[in-house]
Design a protein around this ligand. Structure first.
Ligand code: NAP
Ligand code: GDD
Length: 351
């Protein structure tokens, strides 16, 4: 019906990107449905700012229990929510953990994408207009030397990356075979104050800000010489949306075009806090990966030319944003500790 709001479905809505994307789509007037895994604890913290009780009037964000491991739940949710855009962001997204949980990661990331594509195919066959975004990763390039663009061969170096390559090809095959509107975004690392605390950037900003306020003394890390092309998650979800607004489906690299080592990230974050990180960082081999991805640096020329997309937040601004946010969290923790409360820090043994 002309003038009725567009409807989007997001898997992985409780994750970093899912929360930014939901905000973006709500601001554009969409009705947004999200798939949430059942957990014994609340896992919707990142949505707190935008989630309203469904009994309230004017709500445009709805959450549904489902799982990429459960194809029947995906089909039911599609039928029930009737989306015109599907964003597949759900994943076991931690590269180091994928070595510990290889089969699970392959199932959710690879076969899970296939389950959702199958659900989409049935849904489209019933005459529905629908577009699909697949959250691909620069990890798929793995050992291929930078700069990496859409023509760079994939050389995945972890079970996670292998599964993302499978998902990428499933998506491409369904696009070609069934003439479905499906886009693969190949996104380089993107961070924010909402980044999970076991990814290296957030692990560093959480620890250094706590060190600054005397709440801890050491941080344990793995390999410090790898290089990543780190952008801001808020910028990257805009590229996802733009891909689905084009007249033809296609695949796009989304990156800043600049890369820095983990050491350089430490330099900037510690510099902002007036700390010498070498006095606080220890190496723990548990954070090393059996196969490492040494250097990622994307060439986003195609996204710039065809989508008109470019990043707004630069590296130093990103680090500053994360440090500032985590310094405030550390201040709150210090206040609690000073009042005699126990401050619980989460275990980061897999991070
Ligand atoms: P994230 O914070 O780890 O979020 C992952 C989301 O997937 C969470 O909502 C999680 O739910 C959900 N999920 C995990 N397993 C699931 C399952 N079996 N069924 C349904 N949902 C499940 O990841 P992110 O950083 O937002 O990244 C979003 C997507 O982009 C992921 O596919 C990731 O692999 C990909 N990607 C990320 C980056 C990056 O730098 N951030 C770069 C390239 C590609 P819970 O909240 O319950 O855990
Ligand atoms: N997590 C973590 N913890 N990484 C560490 C540590 C540590 O203690 N010490 C060093 N590193 C190094 C890793 O070995 C890697 O080279 C780099 O820091 C970045 O690690 P992560 O932040 O865990 O991110 P990632 O690059 O492996 O994967 C992220 O980006 C991908 C896109 O390229 C994830 O978001 C993936 O889901 C995403 O696809």
């Amino acid at each position: 019906m002309a003038g009725s709001p567009r409807v989007a479905l997001i898997t992985g809505i409780t994750g970093q990107d899912g929360s930014f994307l939901a905000e973006l789509l709500l601001a554009k007037g969409y009705i947004v449905h999200g798939i949430v895994r059942r957990a014994s604890t609340f896992n919707t913290e990142r949505l707190d700012a935008i989630y309203a009780d469904p009994h309230e009037r004017g709500t445009r964000l709805y959450l549904h229990y489902g799982d990429l491991a459960d194809g029947a739940s995906l089909r039911k949710i599609l039928e029930h929510t009737k989306p015109s855009e599907i964003y597949n962001l759900a994943a076991q997204s931690h590269v180091r953990v994928s070595f510990d949980q290889a089969q699970y990661t392959a199932d959710v990331v690879g076969t899970g994408t296939l389950r959702l594509l199958e659900a989409m195919r049935e849904y489209a066959a019933a005459g529905r207009e629908v577009r699909f975004y697949q959250a691909g990763s620069s990890e798929m390039f793995g050992a291929s030397a930078p700069p990496q663009n859409e023509d760079t061969p994939f050389y995945p170096r972890s079970p996670y990356a292998v599964a993302k390559v499978a998902a990428h090809w499933f998506a491409k095959n369904y696009r070609e075979g069934y003439k479905l509107f499906i886009c693969n975004g190949i996104l380089f690392n993107h961070e924010s104050p909402r980044r999970g605390e076991t990814f290296v950037t957030r692990k560093i900003t959480r620890a250094l800000t706590r060190i600054k306020l005397g709440l801890q003394d050491k941080i344990y890390l793995g390999y410090l010489d790898s290089r990543r092309d780190w952008g801001y998650a808020g910028d990257y979800v805009e590229a996802m949306w733009l891909m689905l607004q084009q007249s033809e489906p296609d695949d796009y690299v989304v990156a800043t075009g600049n890369s820095y080592s983990v050491r350089e990230f430490l330099d900037v974050a510690a510099g902002l806090l007036g700390l010498e990180w070498t006095k606080h960082v220890e190496t723990d081999p548990r954070y090393l990966r059996p196969t490492e991805v040494e250097a990622l640096c994307g060439d986003p020329s195609k996204a710039r030319a065809k989508l008109g997309w470019q990043p707004k937040v630069g590296f130093e601004q990103l680090v500053a944003m994360m440090v500032e946010h985590d310094l405030e969290l550390a201040r709150q923790e210090r206040t609690l500790a000073a009042a005699g409360h126990k401050v619980v820090t989460r275990g980061l043994s897999h991070g």
